[in-house]
Design a protein. Structure first.
Length: 180
């Protein structure tokens, strides 16, 4: 006899979710940016804080570093090539750990290149909002090499080093609302 485990699907609330990144600039500072258009789902088994599935899609052109000229360059073929590759995608492939802190393994696709990434995740809580909707929150971070995804543009500095670092720290604060 098979038993079915109950689970709840949550939709990412883009107005209360931040997908941000940090990268070294000129070897001495850090530039921060974010993507403002993200959709996706988080499936959580009843009685658990650890999801069993996460999927997210980010509109590449929604990149925002608070500097229009830089944002245009980041959307160009030198970096994300937003015209050709309109979306970044993530799909989880596994979870390790339990409770309020765990690892999420998954496939991240940037510029048509898919690589495995491991996010370190914390469960931030579950609440009922004033309209009766169940909401859930998570924070996650990972560091990727932009070169692994074919994002290789750079410029050497006269003083040594390069204009833009290779490592990109991804920081996510996600809030999602239960469906149905």
């Amino acid at each position: 006899m098979m038993t079915s485990s109950k689970k709840q699907t949550y939709s990412i609330d883009s107005s209360h979710t931040a997908v941000e990144f940090v990268v070294r600039h000129m070897m001495i500072a850090k530039v921060r940016g974010r993507f403002t258009a993200v959709v996706g789902t988080i499936v959580v088994p009843d009685g658990s804080n650890v999801p069993e599935a996460v999927e997210a899609t980010i509109e590449t052109a929604s990149i925002d570093t608070h500097e229009d000229q830089r944002d245009q360059h980041l959307r160009s073929g030198d970096f994300l090539d937003a015209e050709k590759f309109g979306q970044l995608n993530f799909r989880s492939t596994g979870f390790e750990g339990s409770g309020d802190a765990f690892s999420m393994r998954g496939d991240l696709t940037i510029r048509g290149v898919t690589r495995e990434v491991v996010f370190h995740v914390t469960f931030e809580g579950r609440v009922t909002d004033p309209w009766g909707n169940s909401r859930i929150g998570y924070e996650a971070h990972a560091t990727i090499s932009r070169k692994d995804f074919g994002v290789t543009w750079n410029q050497a500095l006269e003083t040594g080093g390069v204009l833009i670092g290779d490592d990109i720290r991804i920081e996510i604060t996600a809030e999602a609302v239960a469906q149905g």
